[in-house]
Design a protein around this ligand. Structure first.
Ligand code: FRU
Length: 529
């Protein structure tokens, strides 16, 4: 071998070694910054990279909570939909897994659900364990572009390895489009013990449709609900139907969740629900619930702007008076332009839904899942006192939980709330106003909102249900979001914001009559990433 060739070999050898080294260094740099980018939620689920919207296929199996989600892996805006996949054993820490279901020539994989087919009614199980069966909407963009109306139908896929890999059923679609339904999507399947059948609820533009099946493969239409009840400010999407027992009375009601976009309580996307009876064929709202959902009114699960497409886990190991729920923490008004790179959007905290009896009939209340308490660090407590102007609670890390117990004045002449501030003179305010009897969330000065004139054009508000003088507010602040659970979870408000530097100080402020502080506890929270 001549010297020339020898030198060339050395040269290419070195080049390959250097490139491999550089790639490794890049990878390390990426994994150092991954999940620590500006605005990245630290104790909420968000995809490692690129776009996500709705949570999908929520199912518990063999010790794992599966979270699939609407995902476009090639960009951080919406595109051809896949089902991304993560699992958790505690609903707090998440392990990212490979994409579960890919789009193909039949269409994109839109939202849907998953169940454990315990008795292998579908015959799709091959092993000793029952198969997991997912049902999703096949959205055909070619048909849509061609101006046809029948571009959405429902398909199934199954897994015989605990949700690790998924095979599309060859007989898809299992529910073809009736021919003219432009919005015909988001199947949520459940086993209905009472009627001994699988039931799926589908969103169909301005109502939901129920279908039944004995094998998850052949389906027949049961009934429709909702054209003249509830909020109709937009298209109905992502429904869910499940029974829930009231802990106190032992009564069981059926809950029908219907997400809607636009038409939410503070504009854009929102989640409404109905409470009533399910007889195996039809859903009928309770008589005392109907007045609250007539004349275009909705009863809302969350009053903030950033909680959409929420649905519940099937097969979760819970008692009949509990149901596990999670939503997408954004709003279609601005979801695709919020100032985050590497990833876009996160889920809300997982929540436990409860059925509570109120003067207006049964309602849902929400609690953050109890397993979140493992993230708490040494608490900071503020002694009881009276707030008559500003009370500094102290320096806070960018992630913390705050429990606040207040004694409100008898007159309505007051407002009380929290102010979060950073060193860039940005602030976020959240609290309760006695005059209007409404909670408020003000992100108008909380950082960047230049990306959309819909993001911070107004203070967002929510009615208080309770008339107690004792006001309890439980809040979770992540780097770029807040979730408020007030009055034992009877009012929930979720919002996102984008401060240029993390909020680092929290104050309490009262205006008008002084407000008594019974207790304020701040728990700094650890990151899950
Ligand atoms: C809700 C939704 C669903 C649809 C999916 C598409 O956010 O519009 O109705 O299945 O997103 O990504």
């Amino acid at each position: 071998m001549g010297l020339k060739y020898f030198s060339l070999i050395i040269y290419f050898g070195l080049l390959i070694a250097c490139t491999a080294e550089k790639q490794e260094a890049d990878q390390n740099a990426l994994s150092d910054t991954l999940y620590h980018e500006q605005h990245r939620p630290q104790f909420h689920f968000s995809p490692p990279r690129n776009w996500m919207n709705d949570p999908n296929g929520l199912v518990y199996f063999d010790g794992e909570y599966h979270l699939f989600y609407q995902h476009y892996p090639d960009s951080n805006v919406w595109g051809p939909m896949h089902w991304g996949h993560a699992v958790s054993i505690d609903l707090v820490h998440w392990e990212n897994l490979p994409i579960a279901i890919y789009p193909d020539s039949a269409g994109y994989i839109f939202s849907g659900s998953a169940v454990v087919d315990e008795k292998n009614s579908s015959g799709l199980g091959t092993g000793t364990q029952p198969p997991l069966v997912a049902m999703y909407t096949i959205h055909d963009p070619m048909k849509q572009q061609a101006g046809r109306n029948d571009y959405e139908s429902q398909g199934i896929a199954y897994s015989n390895d605990k949700g690790g890999t998924w095979t599309k059923y060859t007989g898809n679609p299992v529910i073809p489009n009736p021919g003219n339904e432009r919005d015909f999507r988001d199947p949520k399947v459940t086993w209905d013990e009472g009627s001994g059948q699988w039931v799926v609820v589908l969103a169909v533009k301005d109502h939901v449709a129920f279908w039944g099946s004995s094998d998850l493969k052949s389906w027949h239409h049961l009934s429709d609900f909702g054209t003249s009840l509830g909020s109709h400010g937009g298209v109905w999407e992502c429904p869910d139907l499940f029974p829930l027992q009231c802990t106190e009375s032992g009564e069981t009601k059926w809950v029908l969740i219907v997400n809607i976009n636009p038409g939410g309580p503070n504009g854009g996307s929102g989640s409404q629900y109905f409470i009533g009876q399910w007889d195996g064929t039809t859903f009928s709202p309770d008589a005392d619930f109907i007045p609250f959902v007539t004349n275009e009114q909705g009863v809302w699960l969350d009053f903030g702007k950033d909680d959409y497409a929420g649905v519940t886990w099937s097969n979760a190991p819970l008692s009949p008076d509990q149901r596990l729920w999670i939503g997408w923490m954004s709003n279609w008004e601005y979801a695709t332009v919020v100032p985050t790179t590497a990833w876009r959007s996160a889920c809300t905290l997982p929540r436990e839904l409860r059925l509570v009896h109120t003067e207006s009939g049964f309602r849902l209340a929400s609690d953050p899942v109890a397993t979140l308490q493992q993230l708490r660090q040494q608490p900071l407590r503020t002694a009881p006192g009276v707030i008559d102007s500003i009370l500094v609670l102290g320096k806070v890390p960018s992630m913390f939980e705050l429990e606040l117990d207040l004694q409100l004045p008898e007159s309505g002449d007051f407002s009380v709330g929290l102010i979060l501030e950073n060193d860039s003179e940005e602030s976020y305010r959240i609290g309760f106003d006695g005059h209007s009897n409404r909670f408020y969330s003000d992100r108008m000065a909380a950082g960047d909102h230049s990306f959309s004139d819909r993001f911070a054009s107004a203070i967002h508000t929510a009615p208080r249900q309770s008339d107690s003088r004792h006001l309890q507010m439980h809040l979770y602040f992540d780097v770029s979001s807040v979730e408020l659970f007030a009055d034992d979870g009877s009012m929930v408000l979720t919002e996102i914001y984008f401060p240029s530097a993390p909020f680092s100080q929290v104050k309490l402020q009262a205006k008008g009559e002084p407000v008594k502080l019974s207790e304020a506890t701040i728990y700094p929270l650890q990151s899950i990433w």
